[in-house]
Design a protein around this ligand. Structure first.
Ligand SMILES: [Zn+2]
Length: 364
């Protein structure tokens, strides 16, 4: 529908070449269209070809990722493109043709990183029916070049309004929790998404985990990974089960970012799979716990070699909803606590450590 509208708009603008629905070669579409608009020497048309490219890519990537719904994605992409049109039209008045071409290339590269598409919870996915809050969308990003095809789910902990007023089942088989944390051992249900702690300086944990997620996303993209931002804003209406199930179906690994609620600046650690027979023999934990542990160790090694303080042996056992529903290597990493430095430089250092750990886990 929207593509049709854009095609009509382009017909009016006299640009006919880019409307063939050419999914197999979006790059050619852009190049051809750029040439046309340069020849016609009309400002703004280079940017219009960019719109088509974005929409085409968006549709293609949503299909690849088996997204069940993608109209919101297209809306966002189109409006973003529209705002760029205004800026570029103004700029183009004073630019030579050569500079305009460079601008279009840059825009195209940027769009490749940004617009891979939104992904919601598909109700047919395994364990999806255990989720209570799932109207939100995660966002998939892809590197502009040299992608390695590995998708990392970066899960900024907390940040779901109303998340603490709902409860979800701790384990898919209904058995009680085997360790005590936010939810006590023996409980069969837990808060769907907790509020998270507040740092000693008053910053909510959810703000810092999101800042961390954005920095880690950039680091991973630069290393060729696709990044699934489970929460790509201050709020996402996805509970811990929905987040986990989306990661299970889209990503090769799932990393949830957290800071602990102590006041000791004690260092980083991962939440390990409890050494309890009944827990480790329950699916999907039984088939995946070794991978979780291996990923956790890799992350701690990466952090440690980048100078991050590590708490104890870098591991604390915890029966988490995330672990209990994960079918891909999956870790809740606690990067410090309420009194830890969470300035930009520190987050950058942490992102390098985490990315080194991910590289190491995937043998890169
Ligand atoms: Zn947390």
């Amino acid at each position: 529908m929207r593509l049709k509208f854009i095609c009509q708009a382009m017909l009016l603008a006299g640009v006919l070449t880019a409307c063939g629905g050419n999914n197999s070669s979006t790059k050619n579409t852009v190049e051809t269209s750029s040439a046309v608009s340069v020849e016609s020497s009309a400002d703004g048309k280079v940017v219009q070809t960019d719109v088509v490219r974005k929409v085409t890519r968006s549709n293609k990537d949503s299909t690849t990722a088996q997204s069940s719904k993608e109209p919101e994605s297209s809306t966002e992409v189109t409006s973003e493109a529209a705002s760029k049109t205004t800026v570029s039209e103004t700029a183009a008045v004073e630019e030579t043709t050569t500079v305009k071409e460079t601008q279009a290339e840059t825009e195209a590269k940027k769009s490749e990183v940004k617009e891979a598409g939104e992904i919601g919870l598909d109700p047919s996915w395994q364990y999806a029916s255990f989720s209570k809050i799932n109207s939100g969308k995660s966002v998939l990003y892809k590197p502009s070049e040299n992608g390695n095809g590995i998708t990392i789910a970066v899960n900024a902990g907390h940040g779901t309004k109303g998340g603490s007023s709902q409860k979800t089942q701790c384990h898919p088989d209904g058995t009680p929790k085997v360790t005590s944390g936010t939810t006590k051992a023996g409980a069969t249900t837990a808060i769907a998404v907790s509020e998270g702690m507040t740092f000693a300086d008053g910053t909510p944990e959810s703000t810092v985990t999101f800042e961390m997620a954005k920095i880690l996303k950039d680091e991973l993209l630069s290393r060729g990974y696709n990044v699934l931002m489970i929460r790509d804003g201050s709020d996402v209406q996805l509970d811990n089960i929905a987040r986990t199930v989306i990661a299970n179906n889209v990503a090769s690994a799932h990393i949830a970012l957290h800071w602990d609620s102590t006041n000791a600046d004690k260092g980083a650690f991962y939440m390990g799979v409890p050494e309890v027979d009944s827990y480790r023999s329950m699916e999907p934990v039984a088939s995946n716990w070794k991978k979780h542990e291996s990923l956790g160790k890799s992350l701690i090694n990466g952090l440690s070699s980048n100078g991050t303080k590590i708490f104890s042996k870098g591991r604390m056992e915890m029966d988490l909803t995330q672990t209990s529903y994960s079918t891909v290597p999956s870790i809740d990493i606690e990067l410090g606590d309420k009194t830890s430095d969470h300035g930009k430089d520190e987050l950058k250092k942490l992102s390098k450590g985490l990315a080194d750990g991910i590289d190491s886990y995937f043998g890169r």
